[in-house]
Design a binder for this molecule. Structure first.
Ligand code: GLU
Length: 418
């Protein structure tokens, strides 16, 4: 069957699962169970807008499996998010938590809305009402939400407060990615970017090139893209291209991410940054560089544009940015891909540390967090690498085999009730 140009994340996830299942000889009964999310909750969230008018927004919380622990995964706010996408992303969270071996299952949530066109008070009412409507299925030992696309510490604080108000006492461990003032963790905000940077360092070692002067192109300048650019520039890499939803900028001499961030704060886009050439997102993806980092939305590299990629390696900071057909094309071109479930797992790794601190009512220093994060990320990278080498397969297939294998082991041991 022809693959649509941007297949939805659930189709992609099913395809990746089927590939892994075949290669590892997965028990067909386990495969059958893993194809479906265990629960999908759809809520209609009514909000009074600032104008006085009432609008109803659609919200989702999808729980894929809890075979290895409570469901875990972010909540995204986006005007075009669909249930199918959330189902795919929930499955991805299962594999992500399994690859880095933390005791969680997978989940994802979303609200169909355009946060850029809403006021802070509207977003607060939306977040709080959504939380109340999913409150029955989340909880510190049940399902622990976190930030995702267009949500952050502010939304997590509202979520925690609403959940706590409903239960009558403060429950920080119900959500991760909170502000520091309400029991968030040191290092959580930059954790995904820091994890990606660990993967880039390992990849570069393998390619036999140094970090100094390494040419990097990053698609997306949100939390992950901007922090990654800053971390890599500090390490001596050259950030030659950056972009956001409005377009991209290019400077072969290297862009200063801190200055770009200041510019974006005042002009709402990276486009127009002084001294840089304006480029399109497509041009960025086809840029001559060492490492290409898609750090925006899913479905960016498809069979239509994968052929144009000139990077030596791609490190997936975003979730599901490459379609399976594009994966094949990139493999034929000999371009190494570090898959999302490994590359961007730093966020959920520090979410796990935040949760442990909350459960123990402790607060650990930044050095401790970063040390644990870096150790876990590089250990996981090498775990995946070992499988890839043993089986002579690419990193995505290896990460999937490792992750699905761990989940399947738990499911087999637990058995099927009744
Ligand atoms: N939304 C992030 C992800 O896709 C973080 C999830 C979490 O911390 O639970 O990995």
């Amino acid at each position: 069957m022809e693959e649509p140009s941007i297949p939805n994340a659930y189709d992609v996830a099913l395809k990746q699962l089927a590939l892994a299942a075949e290669m590892m000889g997965l028990d067909p009964n386990i495969h059958e169970i893993l194809k479906y999310p265990k629960r999908c909750l759809i809520v209609a969230v009514p909000i009074k807008m600032d104008s006085g008018e009432v609008k109803v927004f659609t919200g989702y919380r999808v729980q894929h499996t809890d075979a290895r622990g409570p469901y875990k995964g972010g909540i995204r706010y986006h005007p075009s998010v669909t249930l199918e996408e959330v189902k795919g992303l929930a499955m991805l969270m299962t594999w992500k938590c399994a690859v880095v071996d933390i005791p969680y299952g997978g989940a994802k949530g979303a609200i169909v809305c355009d946060p850029k066109r809403m006021s802070e008070t509207e977003l607060e009412r939306l977040t709080r009402r959504y939380t109340a409507m999913i409150a029955d299925i989340i909880g510190p030992l049940r399902d622990i939400p976190a930030p995702d696309v267009y949500t952050g510490p502010r939304e997590m604080a509202w979520l925690m407060d609403t959940y706590s108000q409903l239960h009558g006492y403060l429950i920080p461990e119900v959500v991760t990615g909170k502000p520091l003032s309400v029991w968030g963790s040191e290092g959580r905000l930059k954790a995904t970017a820091r994890g990606v940077s660990v993967c880039i360092k390992e990849t570069v070692k393998e390619l036999g090139i140094g970090l100094r002067g390494l040419k990097i192109a990053i698609q997306g300048f949100g939390n992950v893209g901007s922090n990654l650019a800053t971390i890599l520039a500090e390490e001596g890499c050259r950030i030659i291209a950056l972009s956001d939803s409005k377009g991209g900028i290019y400077n072969p001499e290297g862009l200063n991410p801190i200055k770009v961030l200041e510019y974006k704060r005042s002009s709402r886009s990276v486009v127009g940054f002084p001294g840089a050439k304006t480029i399109s997102n497509e041009e960025l993806l086809a840029m001559e560089c060492d490492i290409l980092v898609p750090a925006a939305l899913g479905g960016q590299l498809t069979e239509k544009n994968a052929e144009n990629v000139k990077a030596k390696a791609i490190v997936e900071a975003a979730n599901s940015p490459i379609t399976p057909k594009a994966d094949e094309i990139l493999a034929e071109k000999g371009i190494m891909v570090i898959p999302d479930i490994l590359a961007n797992a730093g966020g959920v790794c520090v979410s796990y540390l935040e949760w442990i601190q909350n459960l123990h009512r402790e607060h650990w220093p930044l050095e401790e967090i970063n040390k644990r994060l870096e150790e876990r990320m590089s250990r996981s990278y090498h775990d995946v690498k070992r499988v890839a080498e043993e089986k002579g397969i690419d990193m995505r297939k290896a990460a999937m085999i490792l992750a699905v294998g761990r989940v399947a082991d738990s499911m087999k041991t637990l058995g099927l009730w009744p």
